[in-house]
Design a protein around this ligand. Structure first.
Ligand SMILES: Nc1ncnc2c1ncn2[C@@H]1O[C@H](COP(=O)(O)OP(=O)(O)O)[C@@H](O)[C@H]1O
Ligand SMILES: [Mg+2]
Length: 309
């Protein structure tokens, strides 16, 4: 049977009068990549910091690999590698010095340092930069060093708070390859937060946090199926006319632009009717429709609906 490594039960966290988390429960099983998504201020960082034991709970319980975070904080902490939203590597230290420093802090036996550092540097692709000061690394390389640091003590659970925010798309892909190798090869379990829906789509399960509430959870496929039959893709010209006429249709609930196409969310069972009506309206107004049809919903479509609630 697969073990549940992270158990979060009914947790609440207030900062003064601000309720950052309100009765959140979730669990993550061994080998999963759980993605927390939600707008700024939703409570993602607070939740991750509570799981780390870096903040105190007002209500509820959290256990990590069976250790209660409040009562057995040290044992619980040993199980996790944590990559904070603002990564904490020492800019004045070299790549290798950073790793050794955290090896000591995390209590890795000294005779294991050399081998562990060598493996990690190879793994994240920094083997040729051991002597470079962290402050001289590019943003993506710094993030890889931070990942290596988070893994130094061989944690079972990896917590990543927006690990790829602000790094370029290629580095983001690179970073994801590493995460997937960690899960498949090293049997790590990952909980991460991300503002990117393409990243959420790569997770085993996704939880949507909104104003301190976990309002919905599921596999990416389950979440997308909620809007099956309700998303139309519209491509044509001119864009402003298409947007205006779509918005004017009473059965269209929402219009979003994705690159050169529009996604229209229509009411249940109204797709055919809207397609007919819009085709006609656009033509009458002198516009052109290149494509107007039902498509598979994206996670973006789902989260737009959830954010409206
Ligand atoms: N140390 C703090 N003191 C006061 N308020 C905080 C603190 N940390 C977070 N908050 C508030 O808690 C809410 C959730 O914040 P956060 O967990 O950082 O959200 P996210 O990571 O999803 O952007 C926000 O309203 C934020 O302003
Ligand atoms: Mg945050």
């Amino acid at each position: 049977m697969t073990e549940t490594l992270i158990r979060v039960s009914g947790i609440t966290k207030n900062f003064g009068v601000v309720r950052a988390l309100a009765g959140v429960s979730l669990w993550v099983k061994e080998g999963e990549i759980y993605g927390l998504v939600g707008p700024d201020g939703a409570g993602k960082t607070t939740l991750i910091r509570l799981i780390c034991g870096a903040l105190r709970l007002q209500a509820g319980r959290i256990s990590l690999c069976g250790f209660d975070v409040a009562d057995e904080t040290e044992r619980a902490r040993e199980q996790i590698g944590y990559l904070a939203q603002r990564s904490a590597v020492y800019e004045d230290l070299t790549v290798l010095e950073n790793l050794k420093f955290f090896a000591e802090v995390r209590g890795l036996p000294k005779e294991e340092w050399a081998e562990r550092c060598r493996w990690l540097l190879e793994f994240v692709g920094l083997a040729e930069f051991t002597g470079r000061r962290a402050g001289q690394l590019s943003g993506g390389m710094k993030q890889k060093l931070a990942l290596a640091v988070a893994l130094i003590h061989r944690p079972r659970v990896l917590l990543l708070d927006e690990p790829t925010t602000g790094v370029d798309p290629l580095t983001r892909l690179d970073f994801w390859r590493l995460i997937i190798r960690l899960v498949r090869g090293e049997k790590l379990t990952v909980l991460l937060s991300t503002p990117y829906m393409d990243e959420a789509a790569r997770c085993t399960r996704v939880g949507f946090l909104h104003k301190g509430h976990l309002i919905c959870e599921g596999t990416p496929r389950e979440l997308r199926s909620r809007l099956a039959g309700r998303i139309l893709e519209l491509i044509g010209e001119p864009a402003s006319l298409l947007i205006d006429l779509s918005r004017a249709d009473r059965q269209v609930e929402d219009v979003q632009r994705f690159g050169n196409s529009l996604h229209l969310r229509v009411q249940e069972g109204q797709a055919e009717m809207v397609i007919r009506r819009l085709n006609e309206a656009i033509r009458k107004a002198g516009g052109r429709v290149h494509r107007l049809q039902l498509v598979e919903p994206l996670l973006e479509d789902v989260f737009i609906v959830l954010s409206e609630g």
